[in-house]
Design a protein around this ligand. Structure first.
Ligand code: PLP
Length: 391
């Protein structure tokens, strides 16, 4: 089959989407031995046993059927209570909570629910790699607003305002941030909330790392005055609950937005896996101590990584949340891709080059510190040796 013929079989929309830059690195790393990976964005903890047991027990009891499209009502009630207790947001479990297949699905159906062809979504970058493709797949146009090291990768209302056009429909925020670990406090968020109100924007707030806020209490965007109705609040179990493989997330929004997302969810997914929902129910009922234990461990590793990177001459702002450090490699004179590739080949450390995360990412590498202290200590030694050879 010729290339041209093949292309006519695929939608233009999909062909225009670039494959993720992260993949190339992992493909390369997967063929090498003795690699320490600081590349993957997932906890190094196994899901706590009581959560696994609750899921196993649901299977033993024969709960193997579909759940309600929106998710087990018991779970939605528990999610609603949890979010109210932890982040002061109040959502009705009947009409304002939807259990999804990961936060990933929540972002996808959120975009598809609100975008018409050509509608613009402002993406604060560096950002999680799926935002731009999901906007594009929904027919929208992603407009990037870059953040930088100088402002600890925070975004200002002024920067966002400069990107607003008559086609701007929504804004995508993610704090604590992947890949930078940046956080924003209530006052900084309030300025963005005022702007959203003034320009009548919808706001996606991806708060999947909310529990992993180390220095200040996380402020949910939806908890700010008058913001609930214009916020699509996304979260899930992957990160703080160490449940990436369970594929379970949730989205909270006003009833009209939620009903639109539910339509897409019910026709494409039907419901999230029932056995995973039973596990999540247990995680919410009894998992708060586990969250705290894992959080303290990440915090300790964050402190080690930031301090060590500073000592070996890799400037790194202190990430307030998530489990990523985002040091600058600019002074090596290499691009982030060259740096990451050379580091992988010469010292067998896998990191993600910052350019894959969009504007503001170039000149940096993302290092996940969700790996053992032993791995982190060895990584620092190897990166130190690498830098000394280089400079
Ligand atoms: N949002 C952010 C910011 C992420 O970093 C990730 C995963 O890395 C996701 C969403 C997707 O999470 P899930 O596993 O719930 O689909």
């Amino acid at each position: 089959m010729t290339q041209t013929k093949l292309n006519t079989r695929l939608s233009k929309r999909v062909q225009e989407i670039k494959p993720s830059g992260i993949r190339r690195f992992f493909d390369l790393a997967s063929k090498m031995d003795n690699i320490i990976s600081l590349g993957v964005g997932e906890p190094d903890f196994v899901t706590p046993w009581n959560v696994r047991e609750a899921s196993i027990s649901s299977l033993e009891r024969g709960f193997t059927a579909y759940s309600a499209n929106a998710g087990l009502f018991e779970l939605r009630k528990e999610i609603s209570n949890y979010m109210s207790n932890r982040f002061s947001v109040n959502y009705d479990p009947e009409t304002e909570v939807l259990v999804t297949v990961g936060a990933s699905e929540a972002i996808d159906i959120g975009m598809r629910a609100i975008l018409d062809e050509g509608d613009e979504v402002i993406i604060v970058e560096p950002s999680f790699v799926s935002y731009v493709p999901l906007v594009q797949m929904a027919g929208g146009v992603a407009v990037s607003v870059g953040t930088s090291n100088e402002n600890q990768f925070k975004v200002s209302a002024k920067q966002i305002e400069a990107a607003i056009t008559p086609r701007t429909k929504a804004l995508m925020l993610c704090f604590p941030n992947n890949p930078t670990g940046a956080t924003m406090n209530g006052k900084e968020m309030q300025e963005i909330a005022d702007l959203a109100e003034c320009h009548d924007l919808l706001v996606f707030s991806d708060e999947i790392y909310a529990e992993l806020s180390y220095d200040e209490k996380h402020v949910s965007f939806a908890s700010l005055p008058n913001m609930k109705d214009r916020t699509i609040l996304i979260s899930g179990f992957s990160k703080a609950f160490a449940m990436t493989g369970w594929r379970l997330g949730f989205v909270m929004a006003s009833p009209d937005l939620l009903a639109a997302m539910l339509k897409l969810h019910q026709y494409s997914l039907m419901c999230a896996p029932t056995m995973a929902q039973y596990g999540a129910l247990e995680a919410l009922k009894s998992g708060m101590d586990d969250i705290e234990r894992m959080k303290q461990s990440y915090k300790q590793r964050r402190n080690f990584v930031v301090k060590s990177f500073g000592e070996i001459g890799l400037p790194c702002h202190t990430p307030g949340g998530a489990f990523y450090a985002f040091p600058s490699v600019e002074k090596t004179g290499l691009t982030s891709e060259q740096f990451a590739e050379k580091l992988l080949l010469e010292e067998r450390i896998a990191v993600v080059p910052g350019y894959v995360f969009g504007e503001g990412g170039e000149g940096h590498i993302r290092c996940s510190y969700a790996t053992s202290m032993d791995n982190l200590e060895q990584s620092v030694e190897r990166i130190d040796r690498f830098l000394r050879k280089l400079m």
